[in-house]
Design a protein around this ligand. Structure first.
Ligand code: ZN
Length: 488
């Protein structure tokens, strides 16, 4: 066997094991017995130790040095394996294992603190997570910036300064749009009792409509909707609120976007580094365009309004135009995941600045809740009423995901670019969406973005699909057009 083939055979087994580790996380958030938390932390730590040993195996460096990539895909595989190896050898094994154990345990502590509305119950654990993540980032960054090293895990090539520049460009136009919309006549939310089983049945239908392959996937319930896995086993979770059907339906469509990305990758890359989404930003571009640009479009609302009346009977919304406004309702809320397309990005900018300050050491965990509340009031104009609606609302920090939040807004930016290109290429799009036919749109995304997996860098992936380098302009134009009409 050539050095390249030996390297790839070894990598394939590492990838398989890492999918097993991913399945443990899925299990923990869906069906794991509540009393199994401590044991699961041990199990996750043990898996991480095995994976870390494989990623840092000195033979990987030898094979990389000796291997010749047979083609473009082979070169991409080697680039990604080298990246993972270089990263892993910088992080001491005991630190990697300690982090896996701690973040597995701290998730439960966060969930309990959120349920009790008690930030103080979570703060000591979060401080420990921050301490270990900073240690890890210091090992990765060398002389470089700690937070940049963290971002690089989720969005290779992106930096805090680059993201801040994009956000600075977005903020004034988003704030102006938000202020104009909130100053106009408000839209009432949908009211009523929406049977859980009916919601789940409709959300499964929508998942299939958007191209989710149930032969290689499944939908379960979880507190935090997420997508997990790749290749032949890509699972999603959703949640149900019986007074708000859009929570379940749009969470599902969102996660289906993530899952379709993984399912859409060329099967030839299965169980290899190229065989998974290239970055969290590109991942989020898929979930956002499925959920927002397509799922919340005026044309698709025509179809969905009919399906909802068919499913639930009278839903208390008089007509399609009203339905479109309800689906895109803008209001003074607290929760990122429930925010409209405009304010969502303001929620991200708040978290970006908070976590940047935490990691830089400019903000301590002890001061985080007060800092959050002050910033929220300044950005959104109303005060946080309780920690579960404020600093405790997101799972991310409890599991050590620092540098992850900005990729959500970057995903929106990418989705804006992709949507502009998609509309140019598909002149019949609105007619297709209106009859619930997503095949042309999702087919375009599969061909232009999903199929490639990690073949190109995130930036290249978007540039190749759109024919231009990504920028915030198309997203901002789209939002101003859409919400300008909605709140004229
Ligand atoms: Zn997402």
């Amino acid at each position: 066997m050539s050095a390249f083939d030996t390297l790839m055979a070894f990598e394939r087994e590492t990838q398989a094991l890492s999918r097993v580790a991913g399945r443990l996380s899925w299990d923990q958030e869906t069906v794991m017995p509540r009393g199994a938390g401590a044991q699961r932390a041990e199990e996750s730590g043990a898996m991480e130790a095995v994976l870390h040993a494989r990623r840092t195996d000195p033979r990987v460096a030898e094979w990389l040095a000796a291997a010749q990539a047979p083609d473009e895909a082979g070169a991409a595989q080697m680039r990604l394996i080298r990246r993972s190896h270089d990263r892993s050898v910088k992080v001491p094994a005991d630190l990697a294992t300690a982090l896996a154990r701690l973040t597995s345990r701290s998730q439960g502590i966060w969930a309990a603190a959120r349920a009790a509305d008690d930030f103080a119950a979570f703060a000591p654990t979060l401080a420990e997570v921050v301490r270990l993540k900073r240690e890890e980032a210091a090992a990765l960054a060398g002389q470089g910036d700690l937070y940049d090293a963290m971002i690089d895990d989720y969005e290779p090539g992106a930096t805090a300064a680059g993201l801040a520049a994009i956000f600075d460009e977005m903020r004034p136009r988003l704030v102006a749009l938000r202020d104009r919309a909130l100053g106009a006549d408000g839209v009432d939310p949908v009211r009523g009792d929406f049977d859980m089983e009916k919601q789940l049945r409709l959300s499964r239908d929508l998942a299939a409509l958007f191209g989710y392959d149930f032969e290689r996937g499944r939908i379960d319930l979880a507190v935090h909707p997420f997508s997990s896995g790749s290749g032949e086993d890509v699972r999603i979770t959703t949640r149900v609120a019986e007074d708000d059907p859009f929570n379940c339906l749009y969470s599902t469509i969102h996660e289906v976007g993530h899952a379709c990305y993984e399912q859409g990758i060329d099967a030839a890359y299965s169980l290899t580094p190229v065989g998974q989404g290239v970055s969290m930003g590109v991942h989020e571009s898929q979930s956002r365009i499925y959920e927002n640009q397509l799922g919340r479009s005026r044309a698709f609302c025509h179809y969905l309004y009919g399906r909802m009346r068919e499913t639930f009977g009278d839903i208390g919304v008089d007509n399609e135009d009203e339905f479109y406004r309800v689906v895109n309702r803008m209001h003074n809320g607290y929760i990122r995941t429930e925010a409209d397309e405009v304010q969502y990005n303001l929620h991200i900018m708040l978290r970006f600045d908070m976590e940047r300050a935490l990691i830089a050491g400019d903000l301590s965990v002890a001061d985080l809740e007060a800092a959050w509340n002050e910033r929220f009031k300044a950005d959104f104009g109303h005060a946080v009423d309780r920690p579960a609606n404020g600093v405790l609302q997101d799972v991310h920090w409890s599991v050590g995901l620092f540098g992850y939040f900005p990729t959500y807004s970057l995903g929106n930016v990418y989705a804006g670019c992709l949507y502009a290109a998609l509309r140019r290429d598909l002149p019949e799009l609105d007619a297709q969406l209106a009859r619930g036919d997503l095949s042309a749109a999702t087919g375009w995304l599969r061909d232009k973005v999903q199929r490639q997996g990690g073949l190109y860098t995130p930036q290249e992936t978007i540039s190749r699909a759109c024919g231009a380098a990504p920028s915030a302009g198309p997203l901002l134009d789209y939002l101003e057009q859409k919400f300008g009409v909605l709140y004229s």
